[in-house]
Design a protein around this ligand. Structure first.
Ligand code: TXE
Length: 483
């Protein structure tokens, strides 16, 4: 099957069968809103419950499957994703609006994640220890946590589901996966590959539909043992409360308002590239985007002038057009939210430097030019996650002031610094209150084999990705034997 170019008809995958929904929806191409990417099935509460029961029924068998079996399945999924990265990348670009190279890159990353966890399935850790009592042996083993509900956002419709589904299956759990409503076809394409890799019925299930109905059913259902969510802070908070009330295990990845500090001794060309890539690529729709550029006084004006020139040269257009730097905003709602922040910024007194206009292109889409403001730390544009191609520059008196500004946020996902000073880079790495730091690199753009996640309002629960994912997708058992 080729998913890249045609209109698709996406169905749920429940208990090993493809099912129509109780209703249908359509997903559209944000680069050309006349184009329907797919007609997709939407589930209600009952249909979601069927998927949850299927996952619960499949658990005893799958949780005792051999590591080799799980490794083979995950490796096969990873191989197929990698072999079809161009076609799937095109589907991603059509449905989410990333540029084609970004889409292909994301799909390749999803494939690598499955292959990484194929290896991890063979390396499930355990410990043996000497007991403090005579004649006793102690060991600590890891077991699957159970049925995992996976609730994904729209901004990485292949990579984020991959980094949740792959470890869930690797460690012997069963899955009910709900993609975001804006990108059901990407979720379905992933499910279509997973459906052909030899998993027993019910081990992996896909249900599409609204957060309020499908998502909330997953959150509230007593058979769902663990919930992995990526999305907005408001939804994450709600999920946390419901999950805690019934003591389900929960892991939340939410927003960011990531700082990129530029010190006076930085290589300014490099700093500008870090800012452009980190703040504006993928249309700024990344939780790791550097939406706060904190620039030390001596280079402030030169940095702003050069960044402005660079922004003026960026090409915004149809995600599949060759040579485009920035695709459209994902949908009308997000575009309106972005535009409202431009008004908020101006009304609060932030100085507009560049961009933010709605753009006309040959195809009707949600296009806007990248925007830059000079802001003060108290401005909302410098405090709230906007999730669009909008960044602000904050002026810092010196390094200490820059660090204080970097940490002055309710978020704590990622922080970057551009400097040639080892002393400042080292200090920053130690004192940035975040889960990930970058030196002379954009804040966005991470490896797939090491932990991903943050502190403060950005994340809750144990880390995703790398071998640290075992923390969430397994539960520990301590065994004592009289020897
Ligand atoms: O997120 P939601 P949305 C931020 C970003 C964006 C805003 C809104 O600022 O503008 O969130 O995006 C499901 N129970 N981020 O509306 O609502 C929902 O269906 C269970 C940042 O897309 O949080 C979707 O599958 N699930 C973020 C997922 O939750 C529910 C990435 C995320 O949707 C639910 C995305 C409920 N009650 C958005 N309500 C990042 N930082 O990466 C919704 N959902």
């Amino acid at each position: 099957m080729k998913f890249g170019e045609m209109q698709q008809s996406a169905r749920h995958y429940i208990n090993g069968r493809w099912e129509t929904g109780t209703t249908t929806g359509t997903s559209e191409n944000p680069s050309d809103t006349r184009e329907v990417v797919a007609e997709y099935a939407r589930a209600d509460r009952n249909q979601t419950e069927l998927a949850i029961r299927a996952a619960a029924d499949a658990l005893p068998h799958w949780s005792h499957s051999t590591p080799q079996r799980r490794a083979d399945v995950l490796d096969q999924i990873g191989n197929e994703i990698l072999a079809r990265k161009d076609e799937l990348g095109m589907l991603l670009a059509r449905e989410e609006g990333k540029t084609l190279p970004e889409g292909i890159g994301e799909v390749a990353r999803a494939g690598q994640i499955f292959k990484f966890f194929a290896g991890e399935a063979l390396r499930i850790p355990g410990e043996t220890m000497a007991s403090v009592r005579p004649g006793i042996q102690v060991d600590v083993t890891r077991e699957p946590v159970g049925v995992v509900g996976i609730i994904a956002p729209w901004n990485f419709p292949f990579a984020i589901p991959a980094w949740k589904i792959a470890p869930a299956l690797a460690y012997g759990n069963t899955v009910v996966f709900k993609p975001a409503e804006l990108v059901p076809t990407c979720g379905w394409a992933l499910a279509e590959i997973i459906s052909r890799c030899g998993l027993p019925a019910g081990v992996f299930n896909l249900v599409m539909g609204s957060g309020r109905e499908v998502g909330q059913t997953l959150v509230d259902h007593p058979l769902v043992n663990a919930l992995s969510f990526t999305g907005s802070m408001a939804t994450g908070e709600r999920i946390l409360q419901s999950a805690a009330a019934r003591r389900a295990k929960v892991q939340l990845e939410m927003g960011g308002k990531n700082p990129l500090v530029v010190l006076a001794d930085a290589d300014l060309d490099q700093a500008i590239e870090c800012a452009v890539q980190g703040s504006y690529f993928s249309t700024g729709q990344r939780c790791t985007a550097s939406s706060r550029l904190i620039v030390e006084e001596p280079v402030h004006d030169a940095f702003v002038a050069r960044l402005r020139n660079r922004l003026a040269g960026l090409k915004v257009g149809h995600a599949l057009e060759r040579g485009i730097d920035i695709g459209p905003v994902v949908d009308r709602g997000q575009l309106e939210q972005n535009q409202s922040y431009l008004d908020i910024a101006r009304n609060e007194g932030a100085e507009h430097v560049w961009g933010g206009e709605l753009l006309e292109r040959p195809t009707p889409g949600h296009y806007m030019s990248p925007a830059l403001f000079l802001a003060r730390p108290e401005h909302r544009v410098a405090r709230e996650e906007i999730f669009g191609p909008i960044a602000c520059v904050l002026r810092a008196d010196d390094y200490e002031h820059a660090l204080a500004l970097a940490n002055d946020t309710p978020f704590g996902l990622c922080a970057g610094i551009c400097t040639t000073s080892l002393k400042h880079a080292t200090h920053f790495r130690r004192h940035a209150e975040v889960g990930m730091t970058m030196v002379n690199l954009p804040t966005a753009g991470v490896d797939f084999h090491v932990p991903f996640g943050g502190r403060k309002g950005s994340s809750y629960g144990s880390r995703e990705q790398g071998r640290y994912a075992a923390e969430f997708y397994t539960t520990v058992k301590t065994g004592y034997v009289l020897a």
